[in-house]
Design a protein around this ligand. Structure first.
Ligand code: FRU
Length: 446
C-alpha cells in the first residue's frame, strides 16, 4: 500500500501542490530566505505565487506565508530574485499578464518590498515595455536578476528577440523604480529558443542560465531544457564581458533554474524538469528544490558540495562487494585509483537505480527505478532512462550520494548528477561493487 503522505524529508518542497523554480535566494537579518514558484491549489502549474521558507543554517527550513500572489496587478508572479537595499528586503519578479494570450501576453518586471522579510507590499512594474529596446518581445521578457555595484542597481533580464532567439539584457537604476537599458550581455544568440532564469555572481565570476529546447552537444544538454554555467565577468560600466564556454551544471534528468546566494556561495535548483509526468502528483504534491550546494571554482570548473546535516552511522573499508539498507541518508565513498564501481540504490528485487563506471564514464540508469517518468526527449539515452557524466580519472575519487524520498543527487569530485526516482516506498537495498587500491565508505543519517 502506498503512503499517501509521502514527502521529501529534507528537500524544500511546497507541502501540497505544485512548485517549480527557486526564487529570491537572499540573506536578510541573519536568515537565509528561499522563495519558489508555487501553486498550492493543484499538483499542476497554475497562477504563480511565491512560496517562502527561511533558515538560519540552510538545513532546517521553516515555512512562511506566501510572499507574492496574483491580484489585479499580476495574473501570475513569475520568477525573480531578491536584494537587501536601504534596510528593506526587495523582490523583483516578472508580472505576468495573460491579456487574452498570444502576442498580447505581457511579461514585465515588478518590485515588492518588506521590512520584516515576511509581509511584502507590491509597488508595480518598474521595467516595462517602454524600457525594452527595439527588436525584443514583451511577451517573453522575464526572470530578473538584481544585484548592486556601489550605488548602482543592476538587473539582468532574459529576453527574446522578435526573430525568435533568447538573449540576456542588462538594465541599471539608481532608485529601484526607474531603469535604463544598458546592453545585451551575451556574445551570441541562444542555441534553443527562449533563455530563462539568468543568475550572475561576480564574487565567483559565474553566469548561469537556462535555454529552452537547445540542441544536445554530445552528452551535454540532453534534457529538453538545460541549465548552463559560464565562467567570467561582466563589466557593467563598459559592457565588456569575458564569459567562457558553456558547461553543464548538472548531468542528471532533473535540474533547472538554479540561483545562487550573493554573499554565501551556495546554489539551489529545481529538482524536476518541464514536460515530464511527475508520479508524486498522486501524493498531492509535485516538485522540490535540490539540496543547497556549496560552490567553488576549482581546476577551471564548478565544484559542488551538498550542504546537509549529516550524522555518521559507520565507516568501513570496502574491497569487493558490500550490501546495506538505506532509503534516506547520505553515503560518502573515497577511493584511490578507482577501477570498478557499480552501485545499486533503492533496490527491491528487479527494482533499482544504478550508478556505474562503464567504459571510462559514469552511467546513471533509472529505467528500473520504479514508476515510469517520461519526457519529450527522444534521444536514445533519454528513452532508455540513462544519463552520463565524464569520469575524471584521477588518483582520488570522492563519490557522495544524497538520498531522499523521490530523489538521488550524486556528486563525484564536484560534478553533480541529480534525478527524481519513484521506487516502492519500501525499496531500500544498497549493493556496491568496488575495485580500487583503497576504498572507504562512510554512511550518514541526514
Ligand atoms: C522557468 C520558468 C520561468 C518563469 C517561471 C514560471 O522554469 O519558465 O522562466 O518565470 O518558470 O513559473
Amino acid at each position: 500500500m502506498s503512503d499517501l503522505n509521502l514527502r521529501p524529508k529534507f528537500h524544500i518542497n511546497g507541502g501540497n501542490g505544485w512548485i517549480n523554480d527557486p526564487n529570491g535566494l537572499v540573506k536578510f537579518k541573519g536568515e537565509y530566505h528561499v522563495f519558489f514558484q508555487y501553486y498550492s491549489h493543484n499538483v499542476y502549474w497554475g497562477p504563480m505565487h511565491w512560496g517562502h521558507v527561511v533558515s538560519r543554517d540552510l538545513i532546517d527550513w521553516k515555512r512562511l506565508p506566501i510572499a507574492l500572489a496574483p491580484d489585479e496587478q499580476d495574473d501570475g508572479c513569475f520568477s525573480g530574485t531578491a536584494i537587501v537595499w536601504k534596510d528593506k528586503l526587495w523582490l523583483i519578479y516578472t508580472s505576468y499578464k495573460e491579456n487574452g494570450g498570444g502576442e498580447n501576453i505581457r511579461q514585465l518586471q515588478a518590485v515588492a518590498s518588506s521590512e520584516d522579510g515576511i509581509n511584502f507590499t507590491k509597488h508595480g512594474i518598474v521595467i516595462g515595455e517602454k524600457d525594452l529596446p527595439v527588436g525584443y518581445s514583451p511577451c517573453d521578457f522575464r526572470d530578473p536578476k538584481i544585484f548592486s555595484e556601489g550605488e548602482t542597481l543592476y538587473c539582468l533580464v532574459a529576453a527574446r528577440k522578435v526573430d525568435g532567439r533568447g538573449r540576456i539584457l542588462l538594465f541599471s537604476s539608481k532608485d529601484m523604480f526607474n531603469w535604463k537599458f544598458e546592453c545585451d550581455v551575451l556574445d551570441r544568440d541562444s542555441g534553443g529558443t527562449m533563455i530563462e532564469c539568468p543568475d550572475y555572481n561576480s564574487e565567483l565570476g559565474l553566469l548561469t542560465y537556462c535555454e529552452q529546447f537547445q540542441p544536445a552537444q554530445g552528452n551535454k544538454h540532453l534534457n529538453i531544457h538545460s541549465t548552463f554555467y559560464r565562467l567570467g565577468n561582466l563589466d557593467c560600466k563598459t559592457h565588456k564581458s569575458t564569459f567562457g564556454n558553456d558547461e553543464i551544471i548538472d548531468y542528471g534528468f532533473d535540474f533547472y533554474a538554479a540561483q545562487i546566494f550573493k554573499d554565501t556561495p551556495v546554489m539551489i535548483g529545481w529538482l524536476n524538469m518541464w514536460d515530464r509526468n511527475i508520479p508524486s502528483q498522486k501524493y498531492g504534491f509535485a516538485g522540490m528544490l535540490t539540496v543547497p550546494r556549496k560552490l567553488e571554482i576549482k581546476n577551471g570548473g564548478l565544484w559542488q558540495t551538498p550542504v546537509v546535516s549529516a550524522q555518521k552511522v559507520f565507516e568501513k573499508e570496502i574491497d569487493g562487494t558490500f550490501t546495506d539498507k538505506i532509503k534516506i541518508g547520505m553515503i560518502n565513498i573515497n577511493a584511490k585509483n578507482l577501477k570498478t564501481f557499480n552501485l545499486y540504490l533503492r533496490k527491491k528485487k528487479d527494482m533499482f537505480t544504478s550508478f556505474c563506471l562503464k567504459d571510462g564514464e559514469w552511467v546513471f540508469d533509472r529505467s528500473r527505478s520504479g514508476e515510469l517518468i517520461e519526457g519529450k526527449e527522444r534521444d536514445a539515452d533519454s528513452l532508455a532512462g540513462i544519463r552520463r557524466m565524464p569520469f575524471d580519472n584521477c588518483a582520488d575519487t570522492e563519490i557522495i550520494v544524497v538520498l531522499d524520498e523521490f530523489s538521488a543527487e550524486i556528486f563525484v569530485n564536484g560534478k553533480s548528477l541529480s534525478s527524481t526516482i519513484y521506487p516502492d516506498p519500501d525499496a531500500d537495498g544498497l549493493e556496491l561493487e568496488v575495485k580500487a587500491d583503497e576504498c572507504l565508505l562512510r554512511r550518514f543519517d541526514v
